[in-house]
Design a protein around this ligand. Structure first.
Ligand code: GLU
Length: 310
């Protein structure tokens, strides 16, 4: 039994990321299970130098601790995705051996031209499956002889159902709503969807507490957990923090930075109080330490409060 918090070091954590960290920490501590800190620095082009160290420092400043992580090690080390290429390669080989992945040479334009209607996410159309067919794949490859292949997972035609601990019952059709998704990118990097499953599986994670923006990725991850033979964890998709215009916070949003908070002379306890208050864990905004906060909560209470805010 373990929880985890898995930040991406693409810049300093904003208050929304820190609130998710608080909730992941509370879930693990209230469940009396270890918390794993994993640095998701897989997408190397997006990693900012020094960001990983800063994130760990900020989390410690706020009063969080963890039982396994890049700075303290642990049985499932390494805890940085950039050092876990062999683990991902092994899982990829397993998929390859079972003919569950195929190379894809389609450009973004090829996909957009075919997939005019359904969209899996706001910006990405559902892959129309062109390169599933070896003849069509050969034709596409001829059109882009310079292109290296991305590898896609051959999605089955079934529906994934699960009960999110906060959001409730979710049902997603893999073929109609997800499509054959990328497991290994054309630039040779393994995709987040594969890495996160291999990591959570190998690290024995039983509770995934993360932002609700990842709800849409969960069905494909469940499919991969099952295919790779790992137990499927429980998911707690927690509400995202919005700014005062109702838009979700981004790392470019200076107003939500921890730096600004510190520059205003505010303490870690004031920030914990603010984060806890915005998600309904305390009734009025006041300075409170992580330890004091946890004393007033149980796992059921935490869950009820989050369900009320979803
Ligand atoms: N690394 C992702 C992020 O910072 C979180 C992935 C996850 O929790 O599954 O948004």
């Amino acid at each position: 039994m373990s929880g985890r918090y898995a930040p991406s070091p693409s810049g300093p954590l904003h208050l929304g990321n820190l609130r998710t960290a608080l909730l992941a920490w509370l879930q693990a501590r209230l469940a009396e299970q270890p918390l794993i800190l994993r640095v998701e620095d897989l997408d190397l082009p997006r990693v900012k130098p020094g960001s990983s160290e800063q994130i760990l420092k900020d989390l410690r400043w706020l009063g969080f601790n963890w039982d396994e992580g890049p700075d303290i090690g642990g049985p499932a080390a390494p805890y940085e995705q950039s050092a876990r290429h062999p683990q991902y390669q092994q899982a990829f080989q397993q998929l390859l051996d079972n003919d569950l992945v195929y190379p894809c040479y389609c450009s973004r334009k090829d996909i957009q031209q075919v997939a005019s209607a359904p969209h899996a996410h706001e910006y990405s159309p559902i892959y129309p499956g062109t390169c599933r067919d070896p003849a069509k794949r050969a034709a596409i490859r001829q059109r882009h002889p310079e292109k290296t292949a991305a590898w896609r997972y051959r999605i089955p035609t079934h529906t994934i159902e699960f009960k999110d601990r906060i959001i409730g019952h979710i049902s997603q059709s893999l073929d109609r709503e997800v499509g054959d998704f990328v497991i290994k990118r054309a630039d040779g990097l393994f995709a987040y969807q594969l890495a996160v499953v291999v990591d959570d599986g190998m690290m024995g994670v039983t509770d995934v507490v993360r932002g609700a923006d990842l709800l849409d990725s969960t069905a494909q991850q469940i499919q991969l957990f099952e295919t790779l033979g790992y137990p499927v964890p429980s998911f707690w998709h927690v509400p995202l923090m919005l700014d005062n215009t109702g838009t979700k916070l981004s790392k470019r949003d200076g107003a939500a930075s921890l730096d600004l908070w510190k520059q205003q002379g505010k303490s870690a306890e004031m920030l914990i109080g603010h984060l806890a208050f915005t998600v309904g864990l305390i009734d009025e905004e006041r300075a409170i330490s992580t330890l004091e906060l946890i004393q007033g909560l149980t796992l059921d209470l935490l869950r009820d409060k989050l369900i009320n805010r979803r």
